[in-house]
Design a protein around this ligand. Structure first.
Ligand SMILES: CC(C)(COP(=O)(O)OP(=O)(O)OC[C@H]1O[C@@H](n2cnc3c(N)ncnc32)[C@H](O)[C@@H]1OP(=O)(O)O)[C@@H](O)C(=O)NCCC(=O)NCCS
Length: 173
């Protein structure tokens, strides 16, 4: 059994290990660290899945970014990265992290969440292709991998624009 809770200082090294193991490289853990040091970091929206014996087996991070529209900027959250330890994958931990994460984002009054990720995974949580809402990226990717979730249905109506990622994201490309 495991529970989902907000990160605390003691989790920082364990979160790095989860990301390193899940991705098989260090870039995503570096992204987490860069975001944590930036203004985009929202401590309450960095969540871990922890087993009863204190092992951190999963992590998800939502941070603040913006959509540049013709009228100004719309604040949105970026879901990135998320990771589950290999031996715990395909057991529902990732889905629990997404569901609990989205609930907390909504409870904190955020409006929408974007993700760049597996197109088979995120639609089950209500993510749709961002292009269908007129939301674009400033770089080329396959249309199906860039998705958006309205935390309040219809909240993006009339809003179109291009996502601007903060510097933390480009520091670790
Ligand atoms: C993606 C990830 C976070 C999902 O966590 P999880 O705990 O395994 O997910 P769940 O058990 O809740 O759900 C499993 C579903 O995710 C899907 N999934 C897992 N990895 C996937 C991948 N690389 N591509 C597409 N789908 C994937 C599984 O196919 C499964 O789908 P099903 O329910 O239709 O069988 C986890 O597999 C992981 O850490 N992967 C490596 C890092 C990564 O890719 N992070 C996400 C970047 S967008």
């Amino acid at each position: 059994m495991y529970k989902i809770r907000g990160e605390v200082v003691e989790d920082i090294q364990k979160i790095k290990e989860v990301n390193d193991q899940a991705f098989g490289q260090e870039n995503e853990a570096m992204l987490v660290e860069a975001i944590r040091k930036s203004d985009s970091f929202i401590p309450d929206l960095s969540l871990v899945a922890e087993t009863n014996d204190g092992d951190v087996i999963g992590h998800i991070l939502f941070s603040l970014i913006s959509i540049e529209t013709t009228d100004g900027n719309e604040s949105v959250l970026a879901l990135a990265p998320m990771a589950v330890k290999p031996e715990w994958q395909n057991k529902g931990v990732g889905s629990s992290l997404v569901r609990e994460g989205l609930e907390r984002c909504k409870a904190a009054d955020y409006r929408s969440v974007v993700v760049l990720g597996h197109p088979e995974f995120y639609p089950r949580f209500g993510f749709v292709r961002a292009s269908t809402k007129g939301i674009r990226l400033p770089f080329e990717v396959s249309d199906e991998v860039f998705m958006i979730h309205e935390l309040v249905p219809g909240i993006l109506e009339g809003i179109e624009g291009t996502v601007r990622y903060p510097e933390a994201f480009s520091e670790v490309e």
